[in-house]
Ligand binder design. Structure first.
Ligand code: C5P
Length: 234
């Protein structure tokens, strides 16, 4: 069966009222909301839980620390009831393994969040990645980190749209691929570097696309989300 690529709305704001308004305006077109560092640091986990009520939550806190600390953070996040959590793949196999165990322990016999490993941020191009000491290009590094993450127990990875097809070729259909760096044709790229349109990312094999500013920065966020959902469905 053909894969249905679903839409996640990134709510990058500190303003709870604004986040609630964006989520409500786009509810008919978005399959999940993503709350990250900005919203969570400003408002705390109770506010995250309140906004996520009745919605599918991707809690994107990109954890990156020693295994014991990441495992503790994951246990602390369990009551929020997220459907997806992120760690940085660069934290290494032991950290990812500890995260997976903590997710399973905290879930007990109930459903558990998917563990996603962030590979290379979509704001990094070859030059900026090289400056961090990585010798290969983004594609090579994403493939390396994705293999490591999947072997260590991740359910999927966060990658740019440019790495989706190579990842499918190399790792097959199983990994859940969550893909930011999405820009509808003609949209502002902003700080993103490795971008594609929603339909290109869907054709490449993304399970979920993550879209923030092209929706939240639009004069009519509801219409912008509907247009992206229609592009995915076409
Ligand atoms: O506004 P924009 O569509 O660029 O938002 C993309 C979202 O995806 C942001 O919330 C950002 O934190 C997130 N993200 C990303 N690149 C990654 C992982 C997450 O842009 N590698």
């Amino acid at each position: 069966m053909a894969r249905r690529t679903r839409l996640i709305l990134a709510l990058d704001t500190t303003d709870q009222t604004q986040a609630e308004r964006w989520a409500a305006e786009t509810a008919s077109s978005c399959d999940a909301i993503k709350l990250g560092l900005e919203f969570t640091h400003a408002n705390g986990l109770d506010a995250v839980r309140a906004l996520a009520r009745g919605r599918t939550l991707f809690l994107d806190l990109k954890l990156h620390d020693i295994p014991n600390t990441v495992a503790g953070a994951i246990r602390a996040l369990a009551p929020v009831g997220a459907a997806m959590l992120t760690v940085h793949a660069g934290g290494g196999a032991a950290m990812i393994d500890a995260a997976r165990r903590a997710i399973e322990d905290s879930a007990g016999s109930g459903s558990r969040p998917l563990l996603l490993a962030v590979t290379v941020l979509t704001s990094l191009d070859a030059e900026s990645l090289h400056a961090t000491g990585v010798a290969g290009g983004p594609r090579q590094q994403v493939l390396r980190l994705a293999r490591l993450a999947m072997q260590a127990g991740a359910d999927g990875v966060v990658c740019s749209p440019h790495e989706v097809a190579p990842l499918r070729d190399s790792l097959g259909a199983a990994p859940c691929l969550v893909v930011p760096g999405i820009r509808p044709a003609g949209a502002e790229v902003g700080d993103q570097r490795r971008v594609m349109t929603p339909s290109e990312a869907a054709r490449a094999g993304a399970d979920w696309i993550v879209v923030g500013r092209p929706i939240t920065g639009a004069t009519d966020p509801g219409a912008a989300a509907r247009a992206i959902a229609a592009e995915l469905a076409a």
